[in-house]
Design a protein around this ligand. Structure first.
Ligand SMILES: Cc1cc2nc3c(=O)[nH]c(=O)nc-3n(C[C@H](O)[C@H](O)[C@H](O)COP(=O)(O)O)c2cc1C
Length: 188
């Protein structure tokens, strides 16, 4: 069982990172092999809508997304952790998500090359926002929920938390527990 963590915040050691680490710890304690990808340390261009992947299933842009596509395909569960930037997901996470285009064919069905591997995959989501009202991050939840529904992937759970200063979430035991439990749930 492989659990892949995707960090969508550029703030290493920040709130999204702390909760993602909690989730990965939960998964590890439940027996999973875990790995974390920090998107801000990768070169990920925006999707060009060139349509080439519709036939081949391979993205023509040569950057780090190739290796990440491979990691996604190999993982049983992919847990994303991302803060709200201007009422939406960070640009790093959006560029990553748009590049999921390679998993689909011209009719927006899962590409036959990946159907088998993708249909059993589970997705987790953690959102952070400075606003005390965690539903400020709902647009991100909407995006991931619909992506999962559209692709037939199972959305495991969503953890939404609020924190502003770097590392502030470390004091929020309830949020840390929810993230840890999300990781554990990934393995069941
Ligand atoms: C460029 C930028 C835009 C932000 N926009 C919002 C926002 O629209 N709503 C909000 O509640 N918080 C916003 N925040 C606050 C972050 O979501 C918050 O500080 C979060 O804890 C950062 O998570 P991190 O430590 O994982 O980077 C913004 C922060 C930055 C840097």
């Amino acid at each position: 069982m492989k659990v892949l963590g995707i960090l969508g915040s550029p703030r290493i050691g920040g709130n999204s990172d702390i909760l993602l680490e909690q989730a990965l710890a939960g998964a590890k304690d439940a027996g999973a092999e875990v790995e974390k990808v920090v998107l801000s340390k990768k070169k990920i261009a925006g999707c060009l809508d060139c349509g080439k992947c519709n036939d081949t299933g391979i993205c023509t842009i040569k950057d780090n997304m190739q290796e990440i596509h491979k990691k996604i395909l190999e993982a049983d569960v992919v847990i994303h952790s991302v803060p709200v930037y201007f009422w939406a997901m960070t640009s790093q996470m959006k560029a990553y998500l748009d590049r999921w285009c390679a998993f689909f064919d011209g009719q927006w069905r899962l590409h036959k090359a990946y159907r088998q591997k993708m249909k059993t995959k589970k997705i987790g989501l953690i959102t952070l926002c400075g606003d005390p009202n965690v539903s400020t991050a709902d647009p991100i939840v909407h995006s991931f929920k619909n992506t999962c529904q559209f692709s037939g992937l199972k959305l495991l759970d969503v953890v939404q938390a609020s924190a502003a200063a770097k590392g502030e979430i470390a004091n929020n035991e309830a949020a840390k527990k929810r993230a840890y439990d999300l990781g554990k749930k990934a393995v069941i």
